[in-house]
Design a binder for this molecule. Sequence first.
Ligand SMILES: [Zn+2]
Ligand SMILES: [Zn+2]
Length: 406
Amino acid sequence: MGASCASFYANVVLHKWEHTFVLIPPWKQYILFYRRYLDDICILWGGSQDELRQFFCYINSTTNFLQFTHTVDPHELHYLDITLYKDYTQNVFHLHFESAHPLYQKRGIIKGQLIRASRICSTQEEFELEVETLQALFLERGYPLELFRTLAGEVSSLRNSLYPPILGKGSEALINSASNTLVHHTNSFAYTYSSNSKEMEEIIMHHWPVLALFEELKDFIPPKPSFVRKRGANFKEIFERKHDSKKKVKQPRLGTHRCGSCAQCHAISNESSLYIPSRNFRVHPTGFYTCATKGVVYLGLCTTCQSFYVGKTERELRKRIYEHLYDMAKKKETNAFFKHSLSCPGLNIKFTVLEQVELDARGGDWESTLGYRELLWQLRLDAGRSPGLNGTISIKPVLKLRRARL
Ligand SMILES: [Zn+2]
Ligand SMILES: [Zn+2]
């Protein structure tokens, strides 16, 4: 087969040859499986050894330009550059019966193996032999003989309908008839298996006849419900899910929040970040604050004209807000917001925390530090210059802090 066209010619010739001499009666009935690659042919023979010998004599007599050699082996088959083995994958490594798995799973393992045996064994004798082998394997793994025999009987009785051999005489007819009797699970109740499954199914079974009483439904519902159980979460998944759910807990948004239970909540800015256009400065909060947070440097921003005031309080922010609102109501001239209200008719002040100064355990110079941080914010935002409302900025806090630290 040296020339590039040789394979093409070989295919044409052998195609003609196989359809003229091989895939015809009486041989066709013995050929369970037939595949050819160029001039290499793989056949699963369903007849006797004698018939096979006759077949070889016959095909070698069909042409004088082809000479066939053959190998016969009931266990393995060399074809092209691969070797096919009879399936020895069934072994003693099945789940042990003592395992804590639910019984239905263990039954499923046995039944699965029996169905597999029924499908791959073309003759009844082979099937019975296979069942015996399986029985020994399962007994060795602690399965009760009674259970195995019950399931073997069940599969055997369905061998001509639901579980016909894949290959074998008349298998096509069997397969066709099987597909008619197969249970269709499209209307099954699919759910995740749990320890309550048995009770759930019993309740559904118990009340099933009630559905048949409905005229509109009775044509659509089967006489008995069928259930499809999905595997529940295993330990690994349960733990991972718990772990994940922790991750998914929504982190509260950083910034100043309304506490939801005080009279000053309305004066808290709802924005996650505040922008002061005159200073081209955006406040990015670094902590979670509420009206009740103590020891803060805060910003009071007039949302109408963007004027702002930077202040501090050692007490809860809401107490300081209350004082501001009180002073404004009392028209106290020393209050920066009241003064601003005289020139800003639509005045609307919203407060937000710029920074919290945590009280350190030793008490220390907390108040001085707070004053100092307030000063830094006032300088950073240039709060003494319009539209800043702080007026003159005193550097006293720096001196105070210095003194406190000396
Ligand atoms: Zn509040
Ligand atoms: Zn204003």
